[in-house]
Design a protein around this ligand. Structure first.
Ligand SMILES: C[S@@+](CC[C@H](N)C(=O)[O-])C[C@H]1O[C@@H](n2cnc3c(N)ncnc32)[C@H](O)[C@@H]1O
Ligand code: SF4
Length: 461
């Protein structure tokens, strides 16, 4: 693809930006929306409407210094089992509000490292889900795993519980980078882990890589990408730019900041990974994913049916996503809610009201939020959107509103066109291949809450 990186471009596309896994983003959540709202929204879900589930497990065996996830070390197996019991309890509370037997086509376990739950606890929570919801044989059941911390019996436990998709963290195989990040993970262990999962009959494997970590170079990230594509052959990859947010994640202060690559180097690293993966037969999907052409996600991206939610890109069309566990976010047509972020306050809130939800904050979405959200989601998924045509479907008032945003975004869009990052055809915006790394910049033009220079998000490049 080849991005011409003038100092001008680095300046224009600098700053900090959200990842737009939702709109409005979680930065807009506050305590004016809480448990009562979430409970009302659950009661309002029509009978028989499919819902999706996200379960958050905030535990790891050790902490990687780069990690931005909500997680901590919990050594005590009894503590992990007690947390699983709370997940089951929260699921029962959710189901009591929703009513019985809602279809569930997507269950996603994330963290942290969900395999930190004892196998017996994992079985118990999955059986609770099957007892409360209508999980079909072809429902997608997915989990994030750490190859360094996967008990030998776990792949079979997962298969027996219907899991059919796993996501494994690799990040980088370079020992220098691994040492700096406090995450030592051999290629042999990772290969064995992928083999165990495939032997157990779990068909779909995703691998996460990161660029922009301390001491990474264009050469080193290219080597990791080539090893992963050649030896592990995952169905999908997520290639994240390292998000350095030490004001939110204290552990990141321990990284050697002087060894972090700058924006031009990060873009070059991203570009090398992109070239290696495409040469190995993967398709670029959205901002930061790759998939084999026959993978569901690649097909959905082509068909314009891919979606974006708090877990990233998905083929899940369900209008309601219920998050359970500490820090988990739920999304409803009316708005979003988030559980207490710290595990200790989540536990306290679960104990405070026997049937209530452990929600700490959230937001109500206005009609304008929903429309802007749709424009941003289509851009992030399809790399193209016609905001006026989209708004036209919601009536006259929406059309007038969208014409206003489009006019406001005009100068920046024309600049992006001059930079080669978009093409404009009437009100149709198409992000070019060279513009893919700048997708969030284009999306931000339709974000009414974004204030350039406020520094609450990670660096944009
Ligand atoms: C929950 S973890 C993955 C599962 C498991 N805990 C592991 O590490 O193997 C989710 C992914 O988020 C990504 N990630 C974590 N912190 C990040 C950061 N600061 N910037 C970019 N990506 C990050 C990593 O690629 C990681 O694999
Ligand atoms: S990257 Fe994975 S294993 Fe490392 S701290 Fe984050 S969640 Fe835990």
């Amino acid at each position: 693809m080849g991005t011409a990186l003038s100092a001008d471009i680095l300046l224009r596309y600098g700053g900090s930006l959200p990842r737009y896994t939702s709109y409005p983003t979680a930065a807009q959540f506050d305590a004016s929306v809480g448990a009562a709202q979430a409970e009302d929204w659950l009661r309002a879900v029509p009978a028989g409407m499919p819902v999706s589930l996200y379960l958050h497990v905030p535990f790891c065996d050790s902490l990687c210094l780069f990690c931005g996830c909500t997680t901590s070390v919990m050594r005590d197996a009894a503590g992990r089992a007690a947390y699983a019991a709370l997940l089951a309890d929260e699921l029962r509370r959710v189901a009591a509000l929703l009513g019985p037997g809602h279809p569930v086509r997507h269950v996603q376990w994330g963290g942290g490292t969900p395999s930190a739950l004892p196998a017996e606890s994992m079985r118990m929570v999955m059986e609770t889900i099957r007892g409360l919801f209508a999980v079909r044989a072809d429902s997608e059941i997915a989990i994030e795993l750490d190859p360094r911390a996967l008990p030998d019996d776990y792949p079979d436990v997962l298969r027996a519980q219907g899991f059919n998709r796993v996501s494994l963290g690799v990040q980088d195989f370079d020992p220098v980078v691994q040492m700096a990040c406090g995450r030592i993970q051999s290629r042999a262990r990772t290969e064995e882990c992928v083999a165990q999962i495939r032997r157990a009959g779990i068909r779909s494997v995703n691998i996460d890589l990161i660029y922009g970590l301390p001491y990474q170079t264009v050469g080193s990230v290219g080597e990791t990408a080539a090893t992963v594509a050649g030896a592990l052959r995952p169905d999908r990859l997520a290639v994240f730019g390292y998000a350095h947010v030490p004001w939110k994640q204290k552990r990141q202060e321990l990284l050697p900041e002087h060894a972090l690559p700058g924006p031009a180097e990060r873009l070059a690293q991203r570009e090398r990974i992109d070239a290696v993966l495409r040469a190995a037969g993967y398709r670029g999907v959205g901002l930061d994913h790759y998939a084999r052409p026959d993978d569901m996600l690649a097909r959905a991206a082509e068909a314009g049916t891919m979606r974006r939610n708090f877990q990233g890109y998905t083929v899940d069309p369900a209008p309601v996503l219920v998050g359970v566990g500490a820090s988990a976010i739920s999304a409803f047509p009316q708005g979003m809610t988030q559980n207490d972020v710290s595990t200790a306050s989540y536990i306290r809130r679960m104990a405070a009201r026997p049937d209530g939800l452990p929600v700490a904050r959230g937001l109500c979405r206005s009609a304008e939020d929903r429309l802007r959200g749709e424009v941003i989601e289509r851009l992030m998924c399809d790399l193209r959107v016609d905001p006026l045509a989209l708004a036209g479907r919601s009536g006259q008032a929406a059309s007038v509103q969208a014409a206003g945003w489009f006019a406001q975004a005009g100068p920046a869009l024309r600049q992006a066109a001059a930079d080669g990052f978009v093409t404009l055809d009437g009100s149709m915006i198409r992000v070019t291949e060279a513009g893919r790394p700048f997708l969030r910049h284009i999306a931000a033009l339709f974000d009414a809450y974004h204030r350039p220079g406020t520094g609450r998000h990670a660096a944009a490049l």
